[in-house]
Design a protein around this ligand. Structure first.
Ligand code: GCB
Length: 592
């Protein structure tokens, strides 16, 4: 009903029915931008009154008679970026719509197009500028933008966003997750100014399997087609000019002599693309990533992924992480642990993370929130997952750090799910033929008393198999790991993508007592003994770097709404298991 109403409003406003965002633009951090971050007025609207009452008009009574039952300017304030749950105590458990409004002043410039760009908003968002509907977006962790060139005014403007984090059965994710459903404008909101014809998106990467050729494409947006585009990498003495077709697209391939990006040498080049009056800079690394049998090859050489899984949760402050500082702390701990790899679960993290990973030389697994059970047979759910996959790839397809696109996590084995994931795998390959495709699986068969076999049918169309196993926590005892053997039905690399144990920092006991640091440390020790014996093992990302909020973790005095499987607490205290894994990673690094 509400959606129909929105469609109707959009139709009346513009005379067309397309309420989706404009094609996503790449590399916003390096464009001409005006930040809309800061204090936004916010109306908490638990009964969804706002749409019918047309909050987006931001009306004021014209006389003392007129009835208007809302007032943004007398309402509360929320900081953007930021989830609302961690900003106000009374919103901690809130799931529903919040209406945000921010006024700003703008000076219009000739021959300039303007977009409003949202780094992410969880979960469903409707956007309006100066009372006019711009469109809507579904999905809590991917960016979206709307062109506002025609709607933006000289002088005073106001933007309104209704952000609704109510869980949806047909959503991605669906209603059940082991992480906090932080709602709101969780990442930066930005006005982006571009030329009339501008470089909307591009890929500049090494050709698959080649370390001496760059291949890629550029997509222009705007009236001028058959434009010249120049791709320059001054430090490598590269300057290539290409011409776009009628659709504004050009593909290219040319030789290049480059120092390759790797964890030991995270070399980034200044890449400059220009077309007409538009020019964008990007810092891009060049590397190849492939598999050969059970090995992962980085720049043609076998590499072991010494990783850790992490949520996008802010250390100390709590709530969603979004800032450079958050990224520095989280990836700093991963580095201290001895990692050359992080698994960013269970949704695309903010762009500061992947850009910093590029600079630090940390390989990244990036995932869409196809998590546990979702509505596999619903075409709208598939489309939603496809959109999130498309935008995750579109934002980060020039990040050398990103080596794995993950399609899903712990999805139940059934035929309709295989069909769904097969489709996603095909789309991911078509959108990005250079990176590896994975998924975190968790169904194994008992192939003997101490033998487990991974033969989930999804393994067939993945490049790298992820396995969440939790031996010693959800089943068996930690010491069972010493005997356990792991086999897979495919000649492919295996990443142990999750295992772990839960305990608050500072809780001590004997090694066999659950919920203690000693238990977690001993479990890691037994896991390491086991992992060393798996021939196809190409990496691991234990669960998890830092304790994080979860509505499913209710044990008083121990969990208190936290999943405490972190190697560090949410205040940054390092648990014993941190040092067990660190020792293992240091030994591996030394033995290289
Ligand atoms: C899993 C899930 C992860 C959970 C974790 C746990 O298998 O992938 O999202 O948080 O286990 O702690 O149970």
């Amino acid at each position: 009903m509400n959606r129909l109403l929105f469609l109707l409003l959009t139709l009346t406003a513009f005379g067309y029915a397309d309420a989706s965002p404009s094609a996503l633009m790449n590399n916003v951090p390096n464009r001409t931008t005006i930040s809309l971050d800061g204090a936004w007025q916010a109306i908490i609207d638990p009964y969804e009154t706002g749409l019918k009452a047309r909050f987006y008009l931001n009306s004021k009574p014209k006389d003392k008679q007129e009835l208007i039952e809302y007032d943004f300017d007398k309402s509360d304030v929320l900081q953007v970026p930021g989830d609302w749950n961690s900003q106000k105590k009374e919103l901690f458990f809130y799931e529903g719509p919040v209406w945000y409004k921010r006024s700003f002043s703008y000076h219009k410039r000739e021959h300039t197009r303007v977009f409003v760009y949202f780094g992410a908003a969880n979960y469903f968002t409707r956007v309006y500028l100066n009372g006019q509907a711009l469109g809507e977006h579904e999905g809590g962790f991917t960016p979206f933008n709307f062109e506002v060139t025609d709607q933006i005014r000289e002088g005073d403007n106001f933007v309104v966003a209704e952000v609704n984090n109510a869980r949806r059965r047909d959503g991605v994710p669906s209603v059940n997750t082991d992480w906090w459903n932080y709602g709101g404008l969780t990442r930066d909101v930005t006005l982006v100014e571009v030329a009339e014809t501008f470089i909307q998106d591009y890929v500049v990467q090494l050709a698959k399997g080649s370390s001496s050729e760059i291949s890629g494409w550029v997509q222009l947006s705007g009236p001028a087609s058959a434009q010249q585009v120049t791709v320059e990498i001054p430090e490598a003495k590269i300057k290539q000019t290409i011409t776009t077709d009628a659709a504004g697209r050009a593909e290219f391939r040319f030789p290049a002599k480059l120092e390759l990006w790797s964890p030991d040498h995270p070399r980034l080049y200044d890449v400059v693309l220009s077309s007409g009056v538009d020019k964008v800079h990007d810092a891009i690394g060049f590397r190849t990533i492939e598999t050969r049998g059970t090995q992962i090859l980085l720049n043609g050489k076998p590499v072991f992924l010494r990783g850790i899984s992490l949520h996008e949760e802010a250390p100390v402050r709590g709530g969603r992480a979004f800032s450079h500082e958050d990224a520095e702390t989280l990836l700093g701990w991963a580095r201290e642990l001895g990692c050359n790899f992080v698994r960013l679960t269970h949704y695309p993290h903010n762009e500061n993370m992947t850009r910093l990973a590029d600079r630090m030389g940390i390989m990244v697994w990036s995932e869409i929130p196809v998590y546990w059970d979702i509505d596999w047979e619903n075409p709208a759910t598939l489309q939603n997952a496809e959109n999130q996959l498309r935008d995750m790839i579109a934002r980060d397809h020039n990040r050398a750090s990103v080596v794995l696109w993950s399609l899903s996590n712990e999805t139940p084995v059934k035929p309709e799910r295989v069909t769904f994931l097969r489709q996603l795998a095909a789309s991911a390959r078509q959108r990005d033929p250079t990176r590896l495709i994975t998924s975190a699986l968790n169904h194994v068969d008992e192939a003997g008393p101490d033998v487990r076999l991974l033969n989930d049918p999804v393994g067939e169309f993945l490049d790298v198999l992820g396995l969440n196993e939790y031996l010693g926590w959800y089943w068996g005892r930690p010491e069972d790991a010493d005997r356990m053997q792991w086999k897979t039905a495919w000649d492919k690399p295996l990443i142990m993508s999750e295992f772990g144990a839960e305990n608050p920092y500072g809780r001590h006991g004997e090694g066999d007592e659950r919920w203690t640091e000693e238990y977690q440390a001993s479990l890691y020790q037994h896991q390491i003994t086991m992992l060393k014996k798996i021939p196809s093992l190409a990496g691991l990302s234990p669960w998890v770097l830092m304790d994080f909020h979860s509505p499913r973790r209710l044990l008083p005095g121990i969990q208190d709404y936290y999943n405490r499987k972190g190697l560090v607490s949410n205040h940054g205290e390092h648990k014993q298991a941190f040092y067990v894994l660190q020792k293992f990673y240091r030994e591996m690094e030394a033995a290289k």
